[in-house]
Design a protein around this ligand. Structure first.
Ligand code: NAD
Length: 499
């Protein structure tokens, strides 16, 4: 492995975390340990919370919501706290990035870039807190005036995955807080550190106790209990479609809490022969390998026009072979470690299945032995047919399946041939083709001649089995509100009962 940059050297000792309820740090009897996926060394110990701990956290969030110290203060005051938090993130950027890398395995340069995005999320949400508004109806006649009030929905449960522990958290928390809601977060068991660090930053920024609570521990225990909790008004879940389905069942069986679901994807990248092939190949290489392919919006299905397919796959394979895979603490690294050993087995299993089902490995095709940790070669399969497992399933790794098409209709049909609808990308120099594909492919996020670009201004979310609802932007705040229709009588009442 490459030598480490001294500014991001490995910490001498593991870091111990409690959990955070009602503005207080607590310890749990039981703890879980996390080894760095790139170095196999112990990095953090976090609490394995009990259901009682969760009940305490929900009760604290409820008290703070009801006493109005957050939910009923002016939007401008909420905005001030969110802006101070953004500043806190700026000051602790290196620290947050380090713990994100140590638990997740992503490259340090990428982690720092993600924190910049998180800062922007807090700033955008601060603006939204001041601009959040309802509506009015001045067209109901002289005697009636109508208003639509937006109110925070209440106590929100937030369950997050391990692939972008801090980024996904920050694409939700500031928007939830901007709406006036309070929340209880349950991060993924293997990547809880940065969610806990945020508690400290929010507290120092002046967030009232009980508005942000964190319980850590086992998903099928604490996550499930949060989804089932009768005093939680809304659950925002980001993770697999399978667990998302159990959250729907838990909501239905408990209090019919509102659900926001951000789930899986099998996202197409469509490349036309008239595109700049070098740019498109760079986009395809980035789209599938960013975050070791453990990315819900990763472009895992390449749909390329047949006339240029061999040339395009050659350019792409050559680029993928040059991606720097290695120690995530090295600032030059582009792909780090696979986050969990279970995920590593899953990815390698799909690579083997692809070979057995007859797809051709054009690049990569297996694990990468760097002496410690778990790494996978950026892998490109050609000759993939729609029924193969690597064509249909979300692999969540750096494995790209290539399909070929002759007509625009065929490209659109291939792109839509999935249960998912999270994201898509199209590369062409034709405005007609770009807009036709953008309008016909069913996906919640779209990129034309680029990929995974954008900021917290625009909403994120999926079509089909990729989820319900939207996060970020104004819609991301509105998601955590409910509307109340108000009717005001003006002047004398026309009596129902005759006098
Ligand atoms: P996962 O579904 O296994 O776990 C996600 C979270 O749910 C974790 O915090 C986990 O502890 C918790 N959990 C586990 N069992 C639970 C249960 N029974 N009830 C409630 N919570 C439970 O997902 P993962 O492996 O952490 O993440 C990978 C998946 O997340 C992929 O499918 C990916 O596409 C998806 N994802 C989607 C988005 C998006 O925005 N659409 C973003 C990131 C990840």
């Amino acid at each position: 492995m490459a030598e480490l940059d001294q500014s991001t050297a490995f910490p001498e000792t593991p870091r111990d975390f409690g959990f955070y309820v009602d503005g207080q740090w607590r310890q749990a009897g039981d703890q879980q340990e996390r080894l760095s996926p790139a170095h196999d060394r112990l990095v953090t110990r976090t609490a394995r919370c009990s259901k009682q701990d969760l009940d305490d956290a929900v009760a604290a969030a409820r008290r703070t919501f009801e006493n109005g110290r957050w939910s009923r203060i002016p939007g401008a005051e909420r905005a001030a706290v969110l802006l101070r938090t953004a500043q806190g993130l700026r000051e602790r950027r290196d620290e947050i990035a380090l713990w994100e890398v140590l638990e997740n395995g992503k490259p340090i340069s990428q982690a720092k870039g993600e924190i910049d995005h998180c800062i922007a999320c807090f700033e955008v949400a601060a603006g939204a807190a001041r601009l959040l508004r309802g509506d009015s109806f001045n067209n109901m006649g002289d005697s009636l005036f109508g208003m639509v009030l937006r109110e925070p929905i209440g106590v929100v449960g937030l369950i997050t995955p391990w692939n972008f522990p801090f980024l996904i958290l920050c694409e939700r928390v500031p928007f939830i807080l901007a709406s006036g809601c309070t929340l209880v977060v349950k991060p993924a068991e293997v990547t809880s550190a940065t969610t806990l660090i945020l508690a400290d930053i929010l507290e120092k920024a002046g967030l009232p106790a009980g508005a942000y609570n964190v319980v850590t521990g086992v998903g099928r225990v604490i996550g499930q209990a949060l989804a089932e909790h009768p005093d939680v008004d809304m659950l925002s879940f980001t993770g697999s479609t399978a667990v998302g389905r159990t959250c729907v069942q838990a909501s239905a069986a408990s209090n019919l809490k509102k659900l926001g679901l951000e789930l899986g994807g099998k996202n197409p990248i469509i490349v036309f022969a008239d595109s700049n092939l070098d740019d498109a190949a760079d986009g395809a290489a980035f789209g599938i390998n960013f975050n070791t392919g453990q990315c819900c919006v990763s472009s895992s299905r390449l749909i390329v026009e047949r006339s240029v397919a061999p040339e395009f796959e050659r350019i792409l394979a050559e680029k993928m072979a040059r991606i720097r895979v290695g120690d995530p603490l090295d600032p030059r690294t582009q792909i780090g470690a696979v986050t969990t050993s279970a995920q590593n087995e899953t990815i390698l299993g799909y690579i083997e299945k692809g070979k057995q089902e007859g797809a051709k490995v054009v690049q990569g095709g297996g694990a990468l032995d760097l002496g410690r940790g778990r790494f996978i070669q950026p892998t490109l399969f050609s000759g993939v047919t729609p029924s193969m497992a690597i064509a249909r399933d979300e692999i969540f790794g750096p494995v790209l399946s290539s399909f070929h098409f002759d007509t625009t209709e065929e490209a659109i049909a291939l792109a839509n041939d999935t249960i998912y609808g999270l994201a898509a990308s199209v590369w062409t120099s034709s405005l007609n083709k770009a807009l036709t594909v953008t309008r016909r492919v069913r996906a919640g996020r779209f990129w034309v001649n680029t990929i995974m670009a954008g900021g917290p201004e625009t909403p994120a979310g999926g079509f089909k089995q990729s989820g319900w609802g939207r996060e970020a932007g104004i819609m991301g705040v509105e998601e955590y509100t409910q509307v109340k229709a108000v009717h005001v009588e003006i002047g004398a009442r026309a009596h129902w009962i005759e006098s």
